[in-house]
Design a protein around this ligand. Structure first.
Ligand SMILES: Cc1cc2nc3c(=O)[nH]c(=O)nc-3n(C[C@H](O)[C@H](O)[C@H](O)COP(=O)(O)OP(=O)(O)OC[C@H]3O[C@@H](n4cnc5c(N)ncnc54)[C@H](O)[C@@H]3O)c2cc1C
Length: 458
């Protein structure tokens, strides 16, 4: 069978969207509503990409994202627009507190630093994660001069707050969120607000004292039935135009000026424009024949692997567990990166009297069985859990999370402009944020940019 995303009566533009993760689905749906003829190509057998929930016998197991910041990037508006307001779920019955595992046990995570809230400095000063010397060093922060160029997160935080804040607080958090060490991540990509505070106020500490109070910035939520609920809603509109198990192989320009997306199953698909909503390393490969410089730029965005292990238990077999989870200080040299008490963090994740745990583990060379054994050993070590799980799931994601190195923002801007000159929009987690709201916003931006260009030319 051969597909042709042709210009149809009344539709000005035909677009091929490559990748049916949240970014691609959002772009496709908005383009459809804007009157474009859309074909979505997805290499795997399902939509959703890194967002994937398994629902089985009362368990909701998340293989990727397990929640999102509803306050970010107009996400509340998108959720309402998708008719999902009644599906939004908050926490379970436990206080929302996360911990950092240290050699002395679990200590509360000073979370307000990452939410850029007033009180962050006070929270750091009262944390047992820092030595008295490190707290004195914190008080010197207002006198530290501004940086002249973008630094790594570890460079910035060590320079402004001292190395203990960087090593024992920021490092575990960023490894948990980005899957990369803070030394590999640039401030503009990973913690832009702190960098902006330094630029505007000179002192990050002083800026944090002027920041909003805790709790005023809107929170982390999830969806009933898991994050798959979001994917299903996003995919609903575009399902008839979505082709699963059809990887795009390359993009080239035809003699008639149109773009041609090569696929093995459907041959060439012609289009006026393309949204590349696949991982950056794939995007680089797809445009290599069209624009070598763009391919080289995209290849500069490295990505990190992630291994996720979910274990379900009989609740009565577990010791008493507090909070929503913990991050592990990498200085301990353990395989466990982060642990979420999923059924305590969110309502409706486990059947009655059962308990769901989700762990991110750094063990790329383990088999699935070894991953489960290793995770059980880590849970025994950190939380005293010795029970045998009644449910085990593993998921490995290769090249899943892009590494926003110093200079990433400028690179992303350059790549997007260059791609646009070919009629290609770049969307997804490789460019302006890795969170689900960022990816939804990037899909929307890609669609709106295409629709406004089309309006200008029609
Ligand atoms: C373990 C984990 C936990 C996370 N937790 C959270 C969280 O709690 N909250 C949060 O906000 N974010 C979280 N994230 C990040 C967030 O889920 C992702 O950044 C986001 O879902 C990425 O969406 P995307 O559409 O950009 O890309 P993807 O989801 O990667 O989608 C890209 C799609 O392109 C397809 N594709 C690849 N090659 C081709 C090809 N040649 N042709 C056609 N299709 C192709 C892929 O199969 C995929 O479906 C997490 C990520 C991971 C891995």
């Amino acid at each position: 069978m051969s597909l042709r995303a042709t210009r149809s009566e009344g539709l000005v533009t035909s677009v091929v969207v490559i990748g049916a993760g949240v970014a691609g689905l959002t772009a496709a749906s908005r383009l459809r509503r804007g009157g474009a003829s859309v074909t979505v190509l997805e290499s795997s057998a399902r939509i959703g990409g890194l967002v994937e929930s398994e629902r089985t016998e009362g368990w909701v197991v998340e293989y990727g994202a397990d929640g999102f910041l509803i306050s970010k990037a107009n996400m509340a508006g998108h959720v309402s627009g998708l008719g999902l307001d009644s599906k939004v779920v908050g926490g379970g019955n436990t206080p929302r507190r996360a911990y950092i595992a240290t050699e002395h046990g679990l200590e509360p995570l000073p979370a307000s630093l990452f939410r850029f809230e007033r009180g962050a400095i006070w929270e750091l000063l009262s944390s047992r994660l820092l030595s008295p010397g490190a707290k004195l060093r914190l008080l010197m922060e207002p006198f530290v001069p501004r940086a002249r160029e973008e630094e790594s997160v570890s460079g910035f935080v060590s320079r402004r707050f001292g190395h203990e804040v960087s090593d024992h607080i920021v490092e575990p958090m960023l490894r948990g969120v980005f899957g990369s060490p803070a030394s590999a991540l640039g401030m503009q990509g990973a913690m832009p607000k702190l960098a902006e505070h330094e630029r505007r106020y000179g002192s990050v500490g002083v800026a944090l004292m002027l920041a909003p109070r805790a709790g005023t910035q809107g929170g982390l939520v999830s969806l009933s039935g898991g994050m798959q609920t979001l994917v299903d809603a996003l995919g609903h509109d575009v399902a008839p135009y979505t082709h699963l198990s059809v990887p795009a192989q390359s993009i080239r320009r035809k003699a008639n000026g149109r773009l041609a997306v090569a696929t093995s199953r459907h041959g060439d698909i012609e289009a006026d424009a393309v949204v590349l909503a696949c991982p950056t390393h794939v995007a680089a490969r797809l445009v290599a024949g069209l624009d070598g410089t763009l391919a080289d730029e995209l290849s500069l965005v490295r990505s990190a692997d992630v291994e996720v292990v979910s274990l379900g238990y009989e609740a009565r077999d577990l010791p008493s567990i507090e909070g929503t989870g913990f991050l592990v200080d990498p200085a301990l040299g353990r395989a466990l990166v982060a642990c979420t008490w999923s059924s305590q963090k969110w309502r409706g994740r486990a059947p009655r009297d059962r308990f769901l745990v989700r762990c991110v583990v750094n063990a790329p060379d383990c088999s699935d069985d070894e991953l489960v054994q290793l995770t059980r050993e880590e849970l025994r070590h950190f939380a005293g859990i010795t029970a045998t799980p009644v449910l085990t799931r593993t998921k490995r994601r290769r090249n899943a999370l892009p590494v926003y190195a110093p200079g990433h923002r400028a690179l992303a801007t350059r790549a997007k402009e260059r791609a646009r000159s070919h009629g290609i929009e770049l969307a997804g987690n490789g460019y302006d944020g890795i969170g689900v709201p960022d990816c939804v916003a990037s899909g929307l931006d890609a669609a709106l940019s295409m629709l406004s260009a089309q309006a200008l030319h029609s």
